[in-house]
Design a protein around this ligand. Structure first.
Ligand code: PA5
Length: 443
């Protein structure tokens, strides 16, 4: 279901760097599987897949169906790992214009339910203008809120939720029945509030870090409310984990080895490039996962993302000819649903009013994308960028579940190979401390 192509990046890895690489990768892989690496208390993202809680999946799917039957909007309040995964999956699976869903995509809506709930996000920044406009937009709509915070103390979702809660209480007599909290089982202000107010709540397991939490209620509830099959998504990840754990030469291990070798060869930035705009949010999820997991102790590849061909007209210049410390991974979608063809025009034959595009007449947008993709990979390689490629067959729940696990496993190996703990994020505290000092509080 996932294919890795390292042909173009192999030439940038010297024989010296290759020495011992396979053994080092295998060592990291075994440490992860045996739970004896750094941060071994944080391997819940594997544990929950090894022992699936089907009752929880069913409970979440049933609640989602209930919300879909009574709400216009599910408002998710969270930041970082408490929203990026859900947004990534929902954006990747949703059509660009929901009202104009092409027939072939209708199965993407959980059986084609006619009632479509909008899933919106708040608490993922401090824009007061956004919050004000959001509340104006929600006026008159039936709203359910899912407030998500593992610590239950994060400022951005905390203050946003305070505003949203007040608004909910003004708008709805049954406000408390419209608030669902996803947080720690025992700790934090959000857990206390949820218990006091009797809100329905879900638990983020102790041993699952925020950026690894999309397979918990953090991601699963919003994804289910958006109309997608969370069982398929979850079991897509289970299948990928079994696949990786059971194979010595799995693409996950080869990709982890390549990234490590490039890091050792002094590459600084890894760009994840996609040609499908609805994968943009997946890129944001990936960037958090990789940035927070690897970027510590002066190590790690800086994760950046590009959406092509849009960014070929902005960042493409830098990728082609800028500082040569960038490596690139293309995430390629085999079936991009680009069946639409470029129409033939009368000017193609008579030359009158010619737009110069006769050479693409009759070609599908998939063919155009393919040419742009292959052309870009060749050009970047020739320009000195090590290019790797991950190909997935299509965008659906199974594939995305598998891809999520693939990236998680790779970054865990990456951390171990770099000799760091991939599961903590001590650096995130520095800005919080400085911000809180200015706001009159110390942490
Ligand atoms: O990966 C992480 O742990 C972080 O990005 C958190 O998800 C983020 O800071 C939000 O934290 P919380 O869920 O505690 O509000």
């Amino acid at each position: 279901m996932l294919h890795l192509d390292l042909d173009r990046s192999d030439r940038f890895v010297s024989d010296t760097l290759r020495q011992g690489l396979a053994a080092r990768t295998q060592e990291a892989h075994e440490a992860l599987m045996a739970g004896r690496g750094a941060g071994a208390d944080w391997l819940g993202w594997r544990r929950i897949l090894a022992d699936p809680n089907d009752a929880l999946l069913e409970e979440l799917a049933a609640l989602a169906a209930d919300i879909r039957s009574r709400a216009d909007v599910l408002l998710c309040v969270g930041i970082g790992g408490s929203y990026l995964g859900a947004e990534a999956v929902i954006r990747a699976l949703s059509p660009y214009f929901p009202g104009a869903t092409p027939v072939q995509e209708s199965s993407l809506f959980g059986g084609g339910s006619p009632h479509r709930v909008e899933v919106l996000f708040a608490g993922h920044h401090l824009s007061g203008a956004y919050l004000e406009q959001l509340l104006a937009y929600l006026e008159g709509k039936s709203v359910v809120v899912n407030v998500i915070s593992k610590s239950g103390t994060t400022l951005e979702p905390g203050v946003s939720f305070r505003v949203i809660r007040e608004w909910m209480q003004r708008q709805f007599e049954d406000a408390d029945a419209r608030i669902i909290a996803t947080t720690d089982a025992h700790r934090g202000a959000l857990r206390k509030l949820a218990d006091e107010r009797g809100w329905q709540s879900f638990v983020i397991p102790d041993d699952v870090g925020g950026r690894f939490s999309v397979m918990t209620p953090v991601g699963l509830l919003p994804i289910a409310v958006a109309g997608f099959d969370i069982r398929r998504f979850f079991y897509g990840a289970v299948a990928m984990m079994k696949d990786i754990d059971g194979q010595q030469d799995h693409p996950a291990l080869r990709y982890a080895a390549q990234r490590y070798a490039l890091h050792e060869a002094a590459y600084v930035t890894e760009v994840l490039s996609v040609f499908e705009p609805r994968l943009d949010a997946l890129g944001a999820w990936w960037a958090q996962l990789y940035g927070e997991s690897e970027g510590k102790e002066g190590k790690g590849l800086f994760p950046a993302r590009c959406v092509f061909s849009t960014d070929l007209h902005s960042l493409g210049q830098y990728l082609q000819e800028g500082k040569r410390n960038i490596c690139e991974t293309f995430l390629i979608l085999d079936d991009d649903r680009g069946r639409l063809g470029v129409p033939a025009a009368a000017s193609d034959t008579d030359g009158k009013g010619a737009d110069g595009l006769a050479f693409v007449a009759g070609k599908s947008f998939t063919e155009l994308t393919r040419a742009a993709l292959e052309g870009t990979m060749d050009a970047h390689t020739a320009g000195g960028v090590p290019v790797s490629a991950i190909r997935i067959p299509r965008l659906d729940e199974d594939t995305l579940g598998g891809l999520v696990y693939f990236f998680e496993h790779v970054v865990a190996l990456g951390g171990y190979m770099l000799g760091i703990n991939p599961f903590d994020q001590p650096g995130v505290e520095a800005y919080k401390k400085a911000m809180y000092e200015r706001l009159g509080r110390t942490i």
